[in-house]
Design a protein around this ligand. Structure first.
Ligand SMILES: [Zn+2]
Ligand SMILES: [Zn+2]
Length: 280
């Protein structure tokens, strides 16, 4: 009697029946081949199938991504408000001008408006158009409208530089890319999660601690936030809670600031009191 098991009786991948199974999914129990094995961040010791690894209740980064998917971020709202302001400014400034100047003003202020509206509505072409707008507007003005002076165009180009820098920052913002429903890498998602969700109180503690050096009112806040954040730190939790170093730095800075300001206050008081004694 042979102990060999026929190939047809071996476990097969649920998705690829032609391939042998390399393991079973720890959530649904389905067989997975080597290609189908997925690793979930924070649960590295466990095997998941592709479908289970993408479930928000299994993968905290996936849950985090879905939370922002297609939702307007602060940049979308900023662009929306600026677009409204441009409409208002264009109309108001054009109203009390003569015809050619009024037309030029209207053109200048209203050129970026379609891009701004499309951006606010989440049209993906508007992401790229937003970067092109600060460059294109003065160039089109210079070519088409022959402005009264070269200085005017030069001034517009100078004004366009900060707008261009902000547009590039928005273009590379991962949270904004989620609003436009663009795929971001797991690394980018993890970095965004780290900023937004990984013990943010510890970050505040550090900020308060730094602020406390200059403004004593922030020092107790730094100690309080740092202490609470420090208690929350748990690298074994799922998802892991970190930033212990920042919480500790907040506490240390807060205590040091309290001592520093206490010393300043005491020396001021003792000088004030000795002044009172001398005058008596
Ligand atoms: Zn599964
Ligand atoms: Zn497979």
């Amino acid at each position: 009697m042979s102990l060999d098991v026929p190939a047809s009786a071996l476990a097969r991948c649920a998705v690829h029946p032609e391939l042998p199974a390399a393991g079973t999914c720890s959530r649904c129990g389905g067989f997975v081949c080597a290609d189908c094995v997925r690793v979930v961040p924070g649960l590295e010791g466990r095997v998941f199938c592709a479908a289970c690894a993408a479930r928000p209740e299994v993968n905290y980064l996936e849950a985090f991504r879905l939370e922002f998917w297609g939702r307007r971020d602060r940049w979308a709202w900023t662009v929306g408000v600026v677009t409204l302001a441009l409409c208002a400014l264009g109309l108001v400034s054009a109203l009390d001008q003569r015809a050619p100047t009024a037309l030029r003003l209207l053109f200048t202020f209203l050129t970026p408006v379609p891009v701004g509206v499309a951006f606010f509505l989440g049209r993906s072409w508007a992401r790229h158009a937003l970067v092109a707008t600060p460059v294109a507007t003065p160039v089109v003005m210079a070519v088409l409208l022959e402005p009264s002076s070269r200085e005017e165009v030069a001034l517009m180009m100078v004004c366009a530089v900060p707008a261009l820098i902000i547009a590039i920052v928005i273009h590379s913002d991962v949270r904004n890319q989620l609003f436009f429903r663009l795929d971001v890498t797991p690394g980018q998602l993890k970095a965004l999660w780290n900023v937004r969700r990984n013990n943010p109180l510890a970050r505040h503690a550090l900020s308060f601690g730094l602020g406390g050096v200059f403004m004593p009112v922030f020092a107790p806040l730094a100690v309080l936030c740092g202490a609470v954040a420090w208690r929350r730190v748990d690298p074994e939790a799922y998802p892991p809670i970190g930033r212990g170093g920042q919480a500790l730095a907040g506490i240390v800075l807060g205590v040091a600031s309290l001592l520093l300001w206490g010393f300043v206050l005491l020396s001021f008081l003792s000088r004030f009191l000795s002044g009172v004694v001398v005058h008596k």
